[in-house]
Design a binder for this molecule. Structure first.
Ligand code: ADP
Ligand code: MG
Length: 702
């Protein structure tokens, strides 16, 4: 690939729109459209142009039907052979045709488009573009985009079209129109990266990159545009982190901690011995809490490595020293689980600390009373959701804040909390597997401890990838496990064309399972369309062993700890990303019993099997995600973000790991030359960072 245009874009005429303007300055944007964009977090023109495509459609030449492969998205040009049929049921009407070219024929079907029967005629030429799936009756194309008459495809041939994140009421075409208007009219900001950095790292110019990422002329322009924007995002992020870190290093630890014999006894009395890794990490936490500066530490450890007990030790340490400690969980279910676990530990070990639960769904009166006990210091350990950092909560002497699993806090929230008292120690727990080299960059403001050892009694999860003929056996196996007192999860087939189908699917599946498994088994289902309170209720019932088999979509909570659950069966496993399957697998294998993962797939394709087999060979989430990416290839929707890890706008930690390293190098070079970014060539960059850090949501800094 050659180099992109590095020079500034030509001056735009009539450019009178600024990034800070409200989107209503764009022609055709009324109240309704404004409301819809607000749902996507877009209020200003600047936010609009940072609404990056989720991916791109590449309209390639039609392929002979004979050469189609399962799993790919392809374009086919053919003639409708025979009648246009409609079928299906009330919930899901299906229109089917048979499309034929010189090389063969294929079944093509659409959901919920019965009117097609009136537009499509046998013998007509049609171009369709869609995903190929394998069903019992063979390979077929599901719900494709249709080009009719076939010539309409010509115009799109070989172009890349952005695919935007949408919301109901807003179409991709509308967004494209607005975007092109915005980019046409806008006076984009000036280049803020130093020229020599752009040359060294081969970074396209700012304006070029924005235009190129939305409307690339070709893959090359897209590549360079995206690289520039990814680099920029990482660079701002890293520079912000480094500044926070500098600040942290200066923050004095104003809490006096003393050795607590009761805590040492507590560790001795635990029913298990801490693993070597747990002991080491606890040592690091204790040293931090006693140190000259406040702690800011990240604890990384795979699911089931026993991070919770470390949080508990830190909390008890604070409590026994007469301070308050808070533990924040991402969901109410998790908060309750922690609250119950900690209450029990306190009771069993006869520790005299008062623990409180504070969640958003508590009644106003209950909340007020809890606030009061937090304010007057009666409560020493406080467990909850983000309700913990709301303005109304006033702490007496908060010395420690622990956050569990994927909780994201903004710099603002951190400040809110600090404003409530002295700067507390911060402990962040994460199960996201990131190699150390990347973690050091991404969590730059934190020290990192790794719990890299599983408890001794832990047996590795046994995996199998099976086809649907094994389903009956799986059911029998689950029954056996339940009879032995264990519990199971079944993750239900997802239906791609509509989320509304989820509920139906899960409910139907649970019913079917009930019939299949017969009486005596307690089966429940869980899906995203349920009210939060109902979801919580079901999760709690499962945790209390009142449910044997939980049929669910992927909504089952990250971090839920039901050590008694030993089977995770995933239907249509081929439809999930491997990283997601790895997360699901983490829900089992959390106790002393042998656990099992059954990945069920209807797919006969060798590639699918090979992909799923990766899970058999590795337990390393990062490795798994990487292999997945390699195998699937960039596909036609390239640029799509795989991991969604840490809320970046365009960058992806896994996919763009190389650019992340480059940005880190560049950040180092800048700071070495000009630590405070005072030189004139860094003035714009500095301003950009200041604005950026206002809105930045760091996963970790609280
Ligand atoms: P995670 O790291 O995923 O948060 P948890 O802290 O929930 O894992 O621990 C998983 C399970 O392992 C819990 O039931 C916990 O009591 C248990 N556990 C923790 N440490 C040990 C240990 N050293 N030996 C045996 N079991 C342990
Ligand atoms: Mg946990």
């Amino acid at each position: 690939m050659g180099l992109p245009a590095f020079s500034s874009a030509r001056k735009r005429k009539g450019g009178n729109v600024r990034e800070t303007d409200n989107i209503s300055v764009i022609k055709g944007v009324g109240e309704k459209t404004k409301g819809l964009f607000a749902k996507l977090g877009v209020h200003t023109v600047g936010e609009l142009i940072r609404l990056f495509p989720r991916g791109y459609q590449l309209y390639e030449r039609p392929k002979p039907i004979q050469e189609l492969k399962e799993g790919e998205v392809a374009t086919v040009s053919g003639v409708i052979n025979g009648a246009v049929k409609t079928g299906g049921n009330r919930f899901r009407q299906v229109t089917t045709i048979c499309l034929k070219d010189e090389s063969g024929s294929i079944k093509v079907l659409w959901f919920r488009m019965p009117f097609l029967k009136n537009t499509l005629r046998p013998g007509e030429r049609l171009i369709v573009r869609g995903k190929l799936v394998r069903k019992r009756e063979g390979l077929l194309m599901e719900h494709p985009e249709m080009f009719f008459p076939a010539q309409t495809y010509e115009k799109k041939l070989d172009t890349l079209q952005p695919v935007y994140p949408l919301t109901a009421g807003l179409t991709n075409n509308q967004v494209m129109k607005m975007m092109s208007q915005a980019l046409e009219k806008i006076e984009l900001e000036q280049e803020f990266l130093p020229e020599d950095m752009r040359m060294k790292y081969k970074l396209a110019e700012y304006n070029y990159a924005y235009r190129g990422v939305h409307f690339p002329k070709d893959k090359e322009q897209l590549f360079y545009s995206r690289k520039r924007l990814v680099f920029e995002e990482f660079l701002l992020f890293i520079l912000t982190l480094r500044r926070i870190r500098q600040k942290n290093e200066k923050m004095k630890n104003s809490f006096m901690f003393q050795r607590q014999p009761l805590l040492e006894k507590f560790v001795e009395d635990l029913p298990f011995e801490l693993t070597g890794a747990q002991k080491r990490v606890w040592g690091e936490i204790e040293r931090d809490m006693n140190g000259a500066h406040v702690m800011a530490r990240l604890i990384q450890g795979d699911v089931g490595s026993g991070k919770t007990i470390l949080a508990v030790l830190a909390l008890f340490y604070a409590g026994l020293n007469g301070f308050q400690g808070a533990l924040m969980a991402p969901t109410e279910v998790l908060a309750k689980q922690h609250y119950e676990g900690i209450s029990e530990l306190l009771e069993v070990h006869g520790l005299n600390l008062k623990v409180e639960l504070l969640t958003g769904s508590m009644r106003a009166k209950e909340k007020r009373e809890t606030y009061e006990r937090i304010r007057n210091g009666e409560a020493s350990l406080i467990i909850g959701t983000h309700a913990l950092i709301q303005e109304k909560v006033e702490y007496k002497n908060l010395a420690l804040v622990v956050t569990d699993e994927q909780h994201r806090f903004g710099v603002k929230q951190r400040e809110t909390l600090a404003a409530k008292g002295r700067e507390p120690h911060i402990l962040v727990m994460s199960a996201t597997p990131i190699p150390r080299t990347l973690a050091i960059i991404l969590y730059g403001e934190l020290d990192i401890s790794v719990v890299d050892e599983l408890p001794k009694d832990r047996l590795p999860v046994k995996n199998c990838v099976v086809d649907t003929s094994y389903r009956k056996n799986s059911y029998r196996f689950m029954r056996q496990q339940v009879e032995e007192g264990r519990q199971c999860y079944v993750i239900c087939p997802m239906v791609e064309e509509s989320e509304a189908m989820d509920a139906e699917n899960v409910t139907d599946y649970a019913k079917m399972l009930e019939e299949e498994m017969g009486d005596g088994l307690r089966i429940a289902c869980l899906h995203g369309k349920m009210k939060q309170s109902l979801k919580d209720e079901i999760m709690e019932a499962f945790a209390k062993k009142e449910i044997d088999i939980l049929v669910s979509t992927t909504v089952i909570e990250v971090g839920i700890n039901v050590p008694n659950a030993t089977v995770m069966m995933v239907e249509n496993a081929e439809r999930f990303g491997l990283a997601q399957l790895h997360q699901l697998r983490g829900r089992v294998g959390r106790g002393a019993h042998q656990s099992y993962c059954i990945f069920m797939t209807a797919s006969k394709s060798k590639e699918t099997k090979k992909r799923l087999e990766i899970l058999n060979h590795s337990n390393d989430g990062f490795f798994i995600a990487g292999e997945d990416l390699k195998l699937r290839g960039p596909g036609d929707l390239f640029g799509i973000r795989q991991s969604g890890l840490m809320d970046f706008q365009i960058a992806d930690v896994f996919q763009d790991a190389d650019v992340l390293k480059l940005a880190n190098d560049a950040a180092g070079e800048i700071l070495e030359k000009d630590p405070e970014l005072e030189e004139s060539e860094h003035a714009m960059l500095r301003e950009k960072i200041e604005r950026y850090s206002e809105g930045i949501v760091l996963e970790t800094t609280l």
